[in-house]
Design a protein. Structure first.
Length: 113
């Protein structure tokens, strides 16, 4: 499975961005992770194709993950962005109960104060 992520960019604090990730094949779930400079990669959000979403506490109420079954694409709508959201965002795909097997190339999100 190959993953193609897009939608990153530079935005001012309080602004919005939408990330997209298209998978070449179907797995049970897709998700987003991020890695800021000098920090470990952290979970952001995930969605199961069968239904159900999960969010990190730091993004709850600000980010929304959604999926388009027909396009095999997942979106991450990011609102009320903060400078601490600055990171490279990675799309990942995996089978339910077995971790994340596939990773996209990452897209940079920069939030200026």
């Amino acid at each position: 499975v190959q993953l193609q992520a897009s939608g990153g960019g530079l935005v001012q604090a309080g602004g919005s961005l939408r990330l997209s990730c298209t998978a070449s094949g179907r797995t049970g779930r897709l998700g987003w992770f991020r890695q800021a400079p000098g920090k470990e990669r952290e979970f952001v959000s995930s969605i199961w194709w069968s239904g159900g979403t999960v969010y990190a506490e730091s993004v709850k109420g600000r980010f929304t993950i959604s999926g388009d079954n027909a396009k095999n694409t997942v979106y991450l709508q990011m609102n009320s962005l903060k400078p601490e959201d600055t990171a490279v965002y990675y799309c990942a795909a995996g089978y339910v109960g077995s971790g994340w097997q596939y990773w996209g190339q990452g897209t940079q999100v920069t939030v200026s104060s």
